[in-house]
Design a protein around this ligand. Structure first.
Ligand code: NAI
Length: 352
């Protein structure tokens, strides 16, 4: 079994260079919080900030972002808005993942103690194919009033996702992997994904494997979510299931998501929302992006800085209960960030 080689990262004078793509909506303000927290935590990271305006495809910013991520190896990003009503404009987020071959998306859905949520003590890992499936963006109108949309599933990518998931389970002590699919209807595409995962499962007898149809999965998730450990699925199911689990835990403002390929890693809020309606109002929950920044520090090997920030977040949220309105609180975004910084400054585990 081929092991995933470490993803190279850029480092200059002991500091990492990381590409920062604020995106639209609440992205820029959340990135500002990340920079502020990194300053007080002394995180040795320099950001190369690139603004991508989805309406300015000819500006060259997207191509510059790709070059920058290829040079730095790592990025943190907000969501670049894709308007569904604008025909012809393709998602820059999807294009970026495809261009960098970020074939895996991981969402560790773990409940925060003392945060009001529909379900408690959830600890599920969603591993999603991130570059094909329904996101192939291959749609056309064959004759007037008839639109066809292609869902692309390849054996190569199904194999990569399954191997990644079983290696992940083995290395993290996870016990069970569930393949989510609709192979009863999409016999060829989802059938290939399911069969490939069954084949790889045979190589890992220590990890239990089962499968579940996506419809039943959604029902089981809202009624009995604790039965799940690690889940693997194709791209669109991954997006929907991620949103369902985030909803159970407390919404779009909490969890982070990680995107990996063989060469690059990109960190972002788990549900990839833009939050345009709440932008500039000082109410957006900063946690999802701060958690993404912790993931990024761990990836870069700055474990002490990552632990410092993670501990400060935990104290702010689970102990002090400084919560933004999406979690039932009345704190401003900046109240949360300020408390996180206060905990960092009080911590006796600062790395200097
Ligand atoms: P949205 O941006 O309207 O967010 C959905 C809900 O979550 C809203 O009520 C918003 O206020 C809330 N929310 C999001 N982030 C928050 C935060 N940090 N703190 C507090 N509340 C927060 O999401 P919608 O309508 O799904 O998508 C808008 C844009 O995002 C579109 O361009 C879409 O393409 C893109 N997008 C959404 C994804 C999703 O999984 N929902 C995935 C990929 C892209």
């Amino acid at each position: 079994i081929k092991k995933q080689a470490p993803i190279p990262v850029a480092m200059y004078g002991g500091r990492n260079a990381v590409t920062m793509l604020p995106g639209g909506g609440i992205g820029p303000e959340l990135m500002e919080y990340v920079r502020e927290v990194f300053k007080y935590a002394g995180a040795p990271v320099d950001f190369e900030v690139i603004d991508i305006d989805p309406m300015e495809e000819s500006s060259g910013a997207f191509e510059y972002a790709i070059t920058s991520i290829k040079r730095n190896g790592v990025a943190i990003k907000g969501n670049i808005e894709t308007k569904s009503e604008t025909a012809g404009s393709t998602s820059r987020n999807v294009a970026l993942r495809n261009e960098l071959d970020l074939f895996i998306n991981i969402l560790h859905c773990k409940s925060f103690p003392n945060v009001p949520a529909r379900q408690k003590d959830i600890d599920v890992v969603i591993i999603r194919q991130n570059t094909e499936g329904e996101y192939a963006m291959l749609e056309h109108e064959s004759v007037d009033g008839v639109v066809e949309s292609m869902k692309v599933v390849t054996e190569t990518n199904s194999d990569r996702v399954a191997r990644y998931a079983f290696e992940f389970a083995k290395n993290t002590g996870r016990k069970k992997i569930t393949t989510i699919h609709k192979a009863n209807i999409m016999k060829l595409s989802d059938g290939l994904f399911l069969e490939t995962s069954k084949k790889i499962a045979k190589l890992y007898p220590e990890v239990e494997h089962n499968d579940m149809i996506i419809d039943n999965c959604c029902m089981q998730l809202v009624s009995k979510p604790h039965q799940f450990d690690v889940m693997i699925m194709t791209n669109l199911y991954g997006s929907i299931v991620s949103n369902v689990v985030c909803g159970l835990i407390g919404g779009a403002g909490i969890l982070s998501g990680r995107n990996y390929g063989d060469h690059y890693a990109v960190f972002e809020p788990g549900t990839r929302n833009t939050g345009t309606a709440i932008a500039g109002k000082n109410v957006a929950n900063p946690l999802a992006m701060l958690n993404a920044s912790v993931d990024m520090l761990n990836h870069l090997g700055h474990k002490r800085h990552a632990d410092l920030i993670q501990r400060a977040i935990y104290k702010t949220v689970s102990e002090d209960q400084i919560l933004t309105p999406d979690l039932g609180g009345s704190a401003k975004s900046t109240d949360v960030v300020q408390r996180v910084i206060d905990h960092i400054l009080q911590a006796d585990m600062r790395p200097w």
